[in-house]
Design a binder for this molecule. Structure first.
Ligand SMILES: [Zn+2]
Ligand SMILES: [Zn+2]
Length: 208
């Protein structure tokens, strides 16, 4: 079965940079045909955990993650539940994720107006489940570079809107091809590790 999941979203629950109410995010994602979304606030699980509860009340799957500002750039983390990890060196974050059975994905690796891993992602490629090859705040060129870099490293790549407002919801997402439903962080990590997914920009398939 195919599962459409927008992997990267910020809400007013705990991202000061966002003007997106979690209920609007859920409603609009559902309307756009998403099967689930991830909420990935900056350096905290708090908003994501609240969003999971609100999603359940609204009959929609929300999966909790966070976007950690590591010492080398932003990294989406699933299954790494610790708080206050900003500034953590990537090797330490890798060790933590391994210990917890989590999955790490460098966010927008070639975005220039945000803290991004860029080429240094290659040094730690072994500890990443994927790269974010399609990000809603990147130019097409920056996304193309990220997708090509992922391929070069032998990694798959995901898509996420990185939505901070209602206009940005469900613009980019990931289509998972899976036999079992993706309903929570654990099942998402299993699906990520299978590598069976495709990044999509709403209205077009990846061309890389
Ligand atoms: Zn970011
Ligand atoms: Zn973000």
């Amino acid at each position: 079965m195919k599962y459409k999941i927008d992997m990267h979203n910020h809400t007013t629950l705990s991202s000061q940079c966002s003007v997106l109410d979690v209920r609007d995010l859920i409603r609009l994602s559902k309307d756009a045909g998403m099967d689930a979304i991830c909420v990935t606030e900056h350096n905290t699980m708090y908003g994501a955990r609240r969003a999971v509860t609100i999603g359940a009340e609204m009959g929609f799957t929300v999966i909790a993650g966070q976007e950690i500002a590591s010492a080398s750039g932003d990294i989406l983390a699933f299954g790494v539940e610790a708080e206050g990890l900003q500034g953590i060196p990537v090797p330490e974050l890798c060790a933590l994720a391994k210990e917890r059975g989590g999955a790490l994905i460098p966010a927008h690796p070639f975005r220039t107006n945000a803290f991004s891993l860029g080429d240094t992602a290659a040094e730690y490629a072994g500890c990443f489940a994927a790269l974010e090859g399609m990000n809603g705040n990147c130019t097409d060129e920056q996304n193309r570079r990220a997708a090509e870099f992922a391929i070069k490293l032998g990694l798959p790549y995901i898509g996420g809107s990185d939505a901070h407002s209602i206009q940005m919801v469900a613009k980019y997402y990931t289509v998972f091809d899976t036999d079992s439903p993706i309903i929570d962080t654990r099942s998402l990590i299993i699906a990520l590790k299978s590598g069976q997914f495709t990044a999509v920009k709403a209205g077009e398939r990846s061309t890389v």
